[in-house]
Ligand binder design. Structure first.
Ligand code: 4AD
Ligand code: MG
Length: 467
């Protein structure tokens, strides 16, 4: 007998009147007085459940079937048939049912009921995967991974697994998680100022979890032209917002001979491709969010695909903000950083659409960004979307050795650590550019789920690292 999933039933149209085996979990069950039970089964393969219908003439009806509760795992054998009930297309007429795992104390099952808040579900990340919400997010997340790799493979980008453990702060700022084998019992280890205690550490130097794979990806772009890195990325900022994770996934694309306009085009194309892919292959999951109340979801996604994305310069953004009749908490002026409130005004109120902002003052951006002719701004871009803010940050890279050295020194970084990076400019340097896309933030834009903690299976944030 063929072992199938629920997804198979809804996608392989030849299973009607076939006997099949299906494994899954009980979502719901009803027992009628006339000796028939209806069991809704889910297996995570798609959003849909399948209804199994079973009559009391099977052996374990009284002893087991009537005792089934939500969450029990079962194996069923039966025939796929058209359903008489308008709520679903198919059902399975069950001949045999075997309980694989009972739920201990059903009254205590943490997700026995249908509705739970996201806050509550965050406290049980190992069980929230069983809800429709988290299985829908997980399937879309997986679809996005697949779409990203497919798109980049189609355009002959090579995937470089850049290191997770690094000696460098690639962004030249921000907090990093230390990786060390030095004994915490020996407090002096970390406290000896001016002495390189890390020479006795595992790597013989100070090391951290990476904040970005960009610099090492550049080494490959400067040899293989089109590359990307995609993996977990770590930031130790004490940020307790709905947009920050201590461990998140970042896609970083790096291309030799690309400029700012090229990467703006590339980032637009890849997001359009991802959205198209999700609309094509995960329409049920997107519909789930629509039915949950995000009535704007189809419009938002289709608009993204069909409209030209707005592009403005940092100086235009400042002009717009200066004329806005709003009392911002952080003062707006030329040269000042854009805070979330400013970004929100631009995308949520002024444009009501995603926006690229380009050419920021150099002192607001990382040391590696390429200086523009004005000697004041860098060829950088941030991509902002409504309700989330920055989803992408990217730039042309400073490929001129002398200028890069200056920027490293100006940023107060130890030039010795960047000698290898300067080699890329010493030997056959080329103009190149790239960007980093926050995967959970894009997932947030697509699904409309606001908190990035709900968009990664086991979120790591300040004071939270469950499981
Ligand atoms: O703007 P960021 O810091 O850029 C870089 O790291 C560059 N090296 C990328 C590159 O050019 N290759 O980070 C890129 C994106 C942000 O736009 C944001 O979407 C996401 O990464 N991001 C975070 N997402 C979740 N939690 C955090 N703490 C994040 N920090 C950045
Ligand atoms: Mg940024």
């Amino acid at each position: 007998m063929k072992k199938i999933s629920i997804y198979d039933i809804y996608t392989q149209y030849n299973l009607i009147n076939k006997n099949v085996v299906l494994f899954g979990w009980v979502r719901n069950r009803r027992h009628s007085k006339c000796g028939i039970s209806f069991i809704d089964i889910y297996d995570g393969s798609c959003l849909r459940t399948i209804q199994g219908v079973i009559t009391n003439n099977i052996l374990n009806y009284e002893s087991e079937i009537l005792k089934l509760t939500n969450g029990c795992s079962i194996r069923i054998e039966g025939m796929v048939i058209w359903s008489m009930n308008g709520n679903q297309k198919y059902e399975i007429k069950i001949n045999k049912i075997q309980v694989i795992g009972w739920v201990d104390c059903p009254g205590n099952y943490p997700i026995a009921s249908k509705k739970h808040t996201c806050e509550y579900l965050r406290s049980i990340p190992h069980l929230r995967s069983r809800t429709n919400l988290f299985s829908a997010i997980t399937r879309i997340r997986n679809g996005m991974f697949y779409a990203i790799h497919t798109f980049l493979n189609n355009f002959h980008y090579y995937w470089i697994p850049t290191p997770i453990i690094t000696g460098l702060n690639s962004e030249g700022a921000g907090e990093m998680f230390r990786v060390s084998m030095l004994s915490i019992n020996n407090k002096n280890n970390f406290l000896q100022k001016g002495i390189n205690v890390f020479k006795d550490d595992f790597f013989g130097k100070e090391t951290f979890l990476t904040v970005s794979g960009q610099l090492t990806a550049e080494a490959y772009a400067c040899a293989m032209t089109k590359v990307y890195t995609f993996g977990p990325t770590f930031r130790a900022e004490n940020s307790n917002t709905t947009r920050h994770l201590a461990e998140f996934w970042m896609l970083e694309i790096e291309g030799a001979f690309l400029n700012l306009q090229d990467i703006i085009q590339l980032s637009t194309d890849i997001i359009k491709y991802i959205i198209q892919y999700i609309l094509q292959y995960h329409i049920l999951d997107i519909e789930f969010f629509y039915n949950q109340g995000d009535r704007n979801i189809f419009y938002r996604l289709e608009q993204f695909i069909n409209t030209k994305i707005i592009q403005i310069e940092y100086s235009d953004a400042i002009d717009i903000l200066l004329t806005a009749k709003i009392n911002f908490k952080h003062a707006v002026s030329f040269g000042a950083d854009l805070f979330l409130e400013h970004e929100k005004y631009l995308v949520d109120k002024y444009f009501c659409a995603p926006v690229f902002i380009t050419n920021y003052p150099k002192h607001l951006k990382a040391f590696y960004m390429r200086m523009n002719h004005d000697n004041n701004t860098v060829a950088a871009m941030d991509f902002l979307v409504p309700n989330i803010g920055e989803v992408i940050g990217g730039s042309e890279r400073e490929e001129r050795q002398a200028l890069l050295k200056n920027r490293i020194l100006e940023a107060g970084l130890d030039i010795k650590n960047y000698d290898w990076y300067l080699d890329l400019r010493r030997y056959g340097s080329v103009p190149h550019a790239g960007f980093g896309l926050g995967f959970e933030r894009l997932l947030s834009y697509i699904t409309g789920v606001r908190n990035v903690r709900d968009l990664i299976p086991f979120p790591r944030t300040v004071n939270h690292a469950l499981c």
